[in-house]
Design a protein around this ligand. Structure first.
Ligand code: SDX
Length: 393
């Protein structure tokens, strides 16, 4: 009771919804996309195939995958006017607000095909976003380093094209390292969806007002920007660099966390749902060993991360609170080894999560039960009172 009303917690809108896209069992550490275990998809699928699975509900036949790939390839180019959009940002702008604004701006080029209830429009918007957001992300990076934008090369796959537009230069040929492309493709698969997380719930809530797909995705990007959500992968790198600067003293850092020193958290640990090891983190840790073993042997930060994990997993403070590594703990180390700056890690999370956001928006907009999102509240403010003239206050 709040002193005004007594409420039945069951009555308060829990904001939950039903969905057929992703299943998580937080205690058992299970994650499945449309029923397929993440371990099998990570091992045998590709990011584009997983995107198709999340959005359309089943694994594609070869013909369906070829058609999907070909459609996306034909939409990777941006309108020339949109490229000038990037001129308006300062060079040191964080790429997440740039990406969110650019996705919103993208919709202004398609005013005649944004109707959320017109199936061909939704299909076209789906393909346009999957194809163009990697181009926008690459251009946000080029803008930040003052290098020229590269046009997409559609003889490449989606991930290879993104890597080339990000790291290539017009002055010389750029060969995509297949190992790098494979590692990034895997990380995108692992980030592709995760049930009703903060950013996906944002996409569903904004879309529930019948806002178009671009507007809803733009909002999801900004929700992901938060340090407790998608910003955690960058925060992990900052944390590891801080420990390195302190002579690699993991024990000292852990005691600062346990003393709850202001602003000191074990970033990349803990989860709202997983009270066990995040199944994605296990796969990412193996990938970190492989990629760093090749691209950055004897990486000191990887060694610190492993000692930090070992210390936390054997410490009652973390065990009692069921704090285990989550998807973000090792991801940043791989992104860094692939050549991305720390500020860009959350953009990579957004590129991975994009098909999941689209799948959830489409599921929500087609659900006849969907009403505009309108959570209720428990009022805990002042009782009724009379207005007084300012001379009497
Ligand atoms: C993602 O929802 C999703 O699915 C998200 C995601 C996805 O794929 O979309 O999985 C991606 O966002 C992963 C999470 C990335 N964030 C971080 O790594 C930031 C660090 N983690 C935390 O801030 C925290 O663990 C949360 C926010 C992720 C989850 O917090 P909970 O489950 O709500 O836990 P809580 O805040 O209620 O804390 C419970 C206790 C508290 O201690 P006491 O008050 O009981 O003494 O655990 C402590 C907290 O202080 N705690 C931590 C901690 N996380 C929780 N202590 C130190 N370090 C941490 N990371």
């Amino acid at each position: 009771s709040t002193g005004y009303i007594t409420y039945d917690p069951g009555f308060v809108n829990t904001g939950s919804c039903s969905s057929a896209i992703t299943y998580i069992d937080g205690d058992a550490g299970i994650l499945r996309y449309r029923g397929y275990p993440i371990e099998q998809l990570a091992e045998r699928s590709s990011f584009l195939e997983v995107s198709y699975l999340l959005i359309y509900g089943n694994l594609p036949t070869q013909a369906q995958l070829d058609d999907f790939t070909q459609k996306i390839n034909r939409h990777t180019l941006l309108h020339e006017d949109l490229k000038r959009f990037f001129d308006g940002f300062p060079r040191d702008a964080h790429p997440m607000p740039v990406l969110s604004s650019a996705v919103s701006a993208l919709s202004t080029f398609y005013q005649d095909s944004l109707n959320p209830f017109d199936e061909p429009n939704v299909e076209l918007s789906t393909v346009r976003l999957l194809a163009k957001v990697p181009t926008l992300a690459a251009y946000a990076y080029k803008k930040s380093i003052g290098q020229p934008f590269l046009y997409p090369d559609n003889s490449l796959g989606l991930v290879e094209n993104f890597l080339r537009m990000t790291f290539g230069l017009p002055a010389e040929p750029y060969e995509v390292d297949p190992e790098v492309a494979k590692a990034l493709d895997l990380l995108f698969i692992l980030h592709a969806d995760h049930e009703q997380n903060c950013s996906t719930s944002t996409v569903r809530l904004v879309g529930s007002s019948e806002a178009n797909l671009f507007a809803s995705i733009s909002a999801g990007i900004m929700a992901l920007f938060g340090p407790l959500h998608g910003g955690a992968n960058s925060a992990v790198l900052e944390m590891l660099n801080g420990i390195k600067a302190d002579g690699g003293d993991v024990a000292n850092f852990v005691s600062r966390v346990k003393n709850k020193e202001k602003g000191v958290r074990l970033m990349g640990f803990g989860h709202r749902v997983y009270k066990n090891y995040d199944p994605r983190a296990k796969i990412i840790k193996r990938t970190a060993d492989q990629i760093l073993g090749k691209l950055a042997p004897n990486d000191e930060l990887l060694d610190i991360a492993k000692r930090l994990e070992e210390t936390a997993l054997s410490d009652d403070y973390f065990i009692e609170r069921k704090l285990y590594p989550n998807v973000d703990f090792y991801t940043g180390l791989i992104y860094r080894a692939l050549g991305f700056p720390t500020q860009f890690f959350t953009v990579l999370f957004a590129l991975g999560r994009l098909p999941g956001w689209i799948a959830h928006w489409r599921e929500m907009i087609n659900d006849p039960q969907t009403k505009i999102g309108r959570p209720r509240q428990i009022y805990i403010g002042e009782k009724e009172r009379e207005y007084t003239a300012i001379s009497e206050r």
